[in-house]
Design a protein around this ligand. Structure first.
Ligand SMILES: Nc1nc2c(ncn2[C@@H]2O[C@H](COP(=O)(O)OP(=O)(O)O)[C@@H](O)[C@H]2O)c(=O)[nH]1
Ligand SMILES: [Mg+2]
Length: 335
């Protein structure tokens, strides 16, 4: 009898393990399909909606052709994008009118929106020409990180600024980040070893990152934000600390500027495709020794956020992936 029980027990344990393994495999496969970690490698095509001609697509390793690129990820933003973009274009035009050496482009990445985002974005291309406003269509939804990666890799600026489609930060705050980058680059170009031998070096050649930061608004934000955003924020600080180390108070602000040299290193390596790509940016900056400057910017909480409690598992998954990927050497870095 005892022997029979032992067989039954063994059988139950075996079946449980099999169910567990099978269940995990099914969940993992479903997850893999949903959050497929392959990048969009098809070349970004810029279509001129007026002439319907395809415009050659630049690459981050090409020399800069503009002073600044503004990279805007957009997912279902038909309502929030027009206002933010009007404000942005006004600012850029006014600045270009005052300073003839100021040239710019805006690159909007439509990340598989199901609403009229593409139409809205192409209206701006028509209004401002394809030299000033460009649209990359990712086809299906990949995530904010992937949209920004694609935009960074195909833009032409010496300085590259990522900013949200909802205009949460006032666009002229970019001058604060720009000033900081100029100060660092100037120092580096004057005193750096490379500059001594090559006088043709430009600001875009010095790898620097400037992060907009909302750390100064944290108390007020905690009082006004939804509970899960506060929970996310607090918990996130701890997880980020574990994943990317200390030093940056606000990794998640959607307003960050990079020099072309920094963007080359960072966005040819970045792997995370959704909300935690910013943490990977911090990790990679540390790895490459790219200095990060955190600069306080204005931030308004704009209604219509796409971050919700369902984003939490994805965030944790991305951070776990990143920690394991880099620490085990499975994620190789190209320099
Ligand atoms: N490409 C892409 N961008 C997204 C996605 N979800 C949100 N965004 C963009 O990320 C930016 C910030 O989004 P938002 O929902 O306002 O986030 P919050 O400000 O952190 O609450 C906006 O430009 C959104 O269009 C997405 O799935 N893909
Ligand atoms: Mg927002």
């Amino acid at each position: 009898m005892g022997f029979l029980w032992a067989i039954v027990e063994l059988f139950v344990v075996f079946v449980s393990i099999a169910i567990l393994v099978l269940g995990s495999a099914i969940v993992f496969e479903a997850y893999r399909r949903r959050h497929n970690h392959t990048h969009v490698e098809a070349p970004a095509i810029f279509e001129d909606p007026t002439s319907l001609k395809e415009v050659p697509c630049p690459y981050i390793f090409d020399p800069a052709e503009k002073y600044i690129s503004l990279i805007i990820p957009a997912f279902n933003e038909e309502h929030r994008l027009p206002g933010a973009l009007d404000e942005t274009m006004n600012y850029l035009q006014q600045r270009a009118a005052k300073d003839k050496s100021f040239s710019y482009e805006v690159v909007i990445i439509d990340d598989g929106s199901a609403d009229g985002t593409k139409r809205v974005a192409f209206d701006f291309v028509r209004k401002y020409t394809v030299d000033n406003v460009r649209v990359i269509l990712l086809g299906r939804n990949h995530g904010k990180g992937e949209a920004i990666r694609k935009g960074m890799l195909h833009s032409r600026g010496e300085l590259l600024l990522m900013l949200d489609a909802d205009g949460a930060t006032k666009v002229d705050d970019l001058e604060k980040l720009e000033k900081q980058i100029h100060a660092v680059a100037r120092k580096e170009l004057h005193f750096g070893h490379a500059a001594a031998s090559d006088s043709s070096l430009r600001i875009s050649d010095v790898p620097v990152a400037a992060f907009g930061s909302r750390a100064h608004m944290e108390e007020k934000a905690l009082a006004t934000r939804k509970w899960y955003r506060n929970f996310l924020m607090k918990g996130f600080h701890v997880v980020v600390l574990l994943a990317a180390g200390p030093g940056i108070r606000d990794t998640q602000c959607g307003f960050k500027m990079f020099t072309r040299a920094a963007a080359r290193k960072l966005f040819t390596n970045i792997r995370l495709k959704r909300w935690c790509f910013d943490v990977e940016v911090v990790y990679l900056c540390k790895l490459f020794g790219i200095p990060i400057f955190e600069i306080s910017v204005n931030w308004s909480e704009i209604p219509g956020s796409k971050v919700n409690p369902l984003s939490i598992p994805n965030m944790l998954w991305e951070l776990a992936l990143m920690s394991v990927g880099y620490r085990t050497g499975m994620w190789q870095i190209c320099t």
